[in-house]
Design a protein around this ligand. Structure first.
Ligand SMILES: [Zn+2]
Length: 207
């Protein structure tokens, strides 16, 4: 019976559920799920499986905006039980749980914190959008761009890891909002070519 890896897995969901924000980083979601249930990140991770970064959980907890969590299939199954959400649904919302990013290794649950995400950028989610969803704490996204603009609230955020503010209000920089709208229109109209057109225009403006 001790050979049965299922023995070590969680049996029941945590009492309080947390909804993932579409595009959220796994680390951000796991952090919120732990905190919602009154657990430190370290206590939570003990339930998800074994991780090579266990030595610096404290750092991970302190800087969730700077690191991303990856896991293998068994780790994903554990997380699905704890979060009370089907693994497939978690994979839909959390890009780093995509099949292409799952760690190898079948038997025991594994998780791994990387200081640089494998793909994409860790960018802070607009705090006002977070308030609208009632998330209660900072959310990090795994973004394909190294920045995000919230047109609804006029906020800019990026993947800089300095001590500055996580988000910058764009009230005094309406040009940025206009440029972002134009970029979205180009992308909608021309697909990837639109993105490239905008990138070209950006390079021309820089030089
Ligand atoms: Zn917003």
């Amino acid at each position: 019976m001790l050979d049965d890896p299922g023995l070590y897995g969680p049996r029941r969901p945590l009492p309080l559920r947390v909804r993932p924000v579409p595009g959220e980083s796994t680390g951000s979601f796991v952090n919120r799920l732990a905190h919602a249930n009154g657990l430190s990140l370290a206590a939570f991770l003990d339930r998800v499986g074994q991780g090579e970064a266990s030595a610096y959980t404290e750092r991970v907890e302190k800087y969730p905006q700077s690191t991303e969590m990856y896991m293998n299939e068994a780790g994903l199954r554990y997380l699905a039980v704890l979060a009370d959400r089907a693994a497939g649904l978690l994979q839909q919302d959390l890009p780093s749980l995509g099949a292409e990013h799952l760690l190898p290794g079948e038997e025991a649950a594994q998780w791994w914190w990387r200081w640089e995400p494998v793909a994409g950028h860790l960018v802070r989610y607009c705090p006002l959008c977070g308030d609208d969803l009632g998330v209660g704490e900072a959310v990090s996204l795994m973004s394909t761009d190294s920045w995000q603009v919230c047109l609804r609230h006029g906020y800019w955020s990026d993947d800089s890891r300095g001590r500055g503010p996580d988000c910058v209000p764009l009230a005094e920089l309406p040009e940025t909002l206009t440029a972002h709208r134009v970029r979205q229109q180009l992308a909608k109209q021309w697909g990837p070519a639109g993105e490239e057109l905008f990138a070209d225009a950006f390079q021309v403006a820089v030089y």
